[in-house]
Design a protein around this ligand. Structure first.
Ligand code: 5RP
Length: 262
């Protein structure tokens, strides 16, 4: 691996081999998402506990101070919205030149496998990888499921993750699912897990994060289940402890309870 690529990967993946990425990019297709209406207010208290943030250039410039940032994974795909015809019809929204100007550690885009637009999405990924490799910038592929949450099963996610890795993604973001080892086993590059919509209890989040790490994920790219929680700092710190200190879900719950009562 070239020095620049290796250095950027080392900014993202910590010396213990694990990582906590905080995605705050949801507005790029959802608009002012619940609890992310004022991005700066959401991001600032969580920043000290994140290893990197996943963000668009607009929110990066407006809501993150350049002298107090964490490594940036720049969201560079988009062009669709929740109210449009088809979320899957994304293109590349941000050039590699802009990514370099913003001094990012990586770029990220969604791939919509199994949709009418999978070919376009996969060619976008391939082109982005070509450009990223030229400048030493890793690409994180986001295996999107759009509104079809039922696609979150091992068969589909293993297929999507493997294809992303084959086309050159340096990191793959997917969802936790039953038989998660099937996803990680078939994916020869590091896998991180997203959370999806907020689930009912904190313990559910701690349990799937813990299970996913045991089964080969290197960490998370987990947003709503952190910043839509009533106690987001307690949540991120508890998840961080699972990822970087190998605590159990029960210990994470205890940590969450004690921090929220501080
Ligand atoms: C949405 C994304 C998010 O980065 C990803 O889904 C992770 O966030 P969450 O844990 O809220 O699902 O790609 O654009």
């Amino acid at each position: 691996m070239e020095w620049g690529m290796a250095n950027r990967m080392a900014q993202l993946v910590q010396p213990d081999g694990h990582c906590l990425f905080l995605p705050v990019d949801h507005g790029y297709f959802q608009g002012p998402t619940n609890k992310l209406e004022e991005p700066r207010k959401t991001i600032e208290p969580l920043l000290p506990y994140a290893d990197a943030i996943f963000i668009t250039r607009g929110v990066l410039r407006s809501s993150v101070d350049p002298d107090n940032a964490k490594p940036i994974i720049l969201r560079v795909s988009g062009g669709t919205s929740m109210v449009g015809k088809d979320l899957a019809n994304e293109g590349i929204t941000t050039s590699m030149e802009e990514a370099i100007r913003l001094n990012v550690a990586a770029v990220g885009l969604s791939i919509f496998i199994g949709t009418d637009y999978e070919r376009e999405a996969l060619l976008n990924l391939s082109k982005l990888v070509d450009e990223g490799e030229k400048y030493g910038i890793p690409v994180m592929a986001v295996t999107a499921v759009g509104r079809e949450l039922e696609k979150r099963d091992a068969r589909f996610l293993a297929l999507a993750s493997r294809i992303a890795a084959e086309l050159g993604a340096r990191v793959v973001k997917t969802y936790w699912c039953e038989d998660f080892e099937r996803v990680t086993r078939g994916c020869p590059v590091p896998v991180v897990m997203a959370g999806g919509p907020q689930v009912d209890t904190e313990l559910e989040v701690f349990e799937f994060v813990h299970d996913g790490i045991q089964k080969g994920a290197i960490g998370v790219n987990l947003g709503r289940n952190i910043w839509q929680n009533d106690f987001p700092v307690a949540m991120i710190r508890a998840i961080r402890a699972i990822i970087h200190e190998n605590v159990s879900p029960k210990e994470a719950q205890e940590l969450y309870n004690s921090i929220k009562n501080e």
